[in-house]
Design a protein around this ligand. Structure first.
Ligand SMILES: Nc1nc2c(ncn2[C@@H]2O[C@H](COP(=O)(O)OP(=O)(O)OP(=O)(O)O)[C@@H](O)[C@H]2O)c(=O)[nH]1
Ligand SMILES: [Mg+2]
Ligand SMILES: [Zn+2]
Length: 299
């Protein structure tokens, strides 16, 4: 390393520029041509080497090996993925939530479910579904300031990424947990009952007790189609609640959708695996099977 090369962490990624935190000094960097040529895209949360121009700007020259990363939201080196849903307004989309849990499980990151807007609707059903699958579930109301301290305490010292559809209250929750944060909060569109994508870029916020929280822009179901969620072979392992029932399937190559003698299907019928989760699994099975038709053989 020559005198000018330094190490820091990307805390903001915005329109091709990266704000790097290096010992509490913020340097706005572009990625060097070689990284762009090699299609190595720096992500929020990355530790990077950069050339410091000395005037608050610089060039990222290398990315330190990541312990993990997500395709959506594009963040690296997280400890916790917090999937935020509103119990109502906007209405929960469980297929969306289940795709998000797959992203967390595949990345090997602790995945938690935050049921926000608990002031609007009884959480019992959704709480039951995700607790049964082993995900820690938090009930919050950013508006009523309930459940917020428990969530904040759980995240202390960790790098936690808040993800979920637009309008569910991700930024509101961060403001409720950390009053100095001041994230912009948006109204819901009256016409379509969805958020208006108020948060436009990803930002890591250093919390007073140590650790980071990442606010991210809400994304839609359609966004999932723009990247490879996982391969067909990885799908079975992306639903942790199925693991204990798979060994009892009659056929070794069981797809766990509707096969005779399938341990997973029996567990769904017995109420041991939530029906909605298995429906999401079957939907993904069909999508990935067709996508990977020429790569993977299923029989
Ligand atoms: N009733 C109720 N409304 C809430 C709660 N939390 C947030 N809201 C409202 O929901 C709307 C959207 O909140 P945001 O915090 O901007 O949502 P977001 O998830 O950050 O949305 P994007 O930045 O667009 O992805 C705002 O009108 C908030 O006031 C809550 O717990 N209860
Ligand atoms: Mg927001
Ligand atoms: Zn099976």
């Amino acid at each position: 390393m020559d005198g000018k090369t330094r190490l820091g962490r990307i805390i903001v990624s915005r329109k091709g520029f990266f704000t790097v935190d290096a010992e509490n000094r913020l340097i706005v960097c572009a990625a060097c041509t070689r990284l762009r040529f090699e299609k190595k895209e720096p992500l929020c949360g990355d530790f990077v080497e950069f050339e410091d121009n000395g005037d608050g700007t610089g060039f990222i020259t290398d990315i330190v090996n990541r312990k993990n990363s997500f395709p959506r939201p594009p963040v690296a080196n997280a400890d916790i993925l917090a999937i935020v849903i509103a119990l109502s307004n906007p209405e929960p989309d469980l297929f969306y939530v289940d795709k998000m849990t797959c992203i967390g499980v595949k990345a090997g990151v602790e995945t938690i479910i935050v049921l926000n807007k608990a002031d609007l609707k009884d959480p019992a059903e959704l709480k039951g579904i995700y607790e049964k699958c082993g995900f820690p579930v938090f009930l919050t109301s950013a508006a009523g300031n309930t459940g917020v301290n428990e969530l904040r305490d759980y995240l202390t010292g960790k790098v936690a990424v808040f993800a979920g559809p637009s309008g569910v209250g991700k930024s509101s929750l961060l403001n409720a947990m950390f009053p100095g944060y001041n994230a912009e909060v948006g109204e819901l569109s009256q016409k379509i009952g969805r958020g208006k994508n108020t948060t436009r870029h990803i930002q890591l916020f250093k919390t007073p007790a140590g650790g980071y929280i990442a606010d991210t822009p809400g994304f839609t179901s359609l966004d999932f189609e723009r990247f490879d969620l996982m391969s067909f072979e990885e799908l079975k392992n992306s639903f942790p609640e199925m693991a204990e029932y798979m060994p009892s399937c009659r056929f070794r190559k069981c797809g766990h959708t509707k096969e005779i003698g399938c341990g997973v299907v029996s567990a769904v019928e017995a109420g041991l695996i939530p029906k909605s989760r298995h429906e999401s699994y079957v939907k993904l099975f069909e999508i990935l099977k067709n996508k990977d038709k020429y790569k993977y053989k299923t029989d």
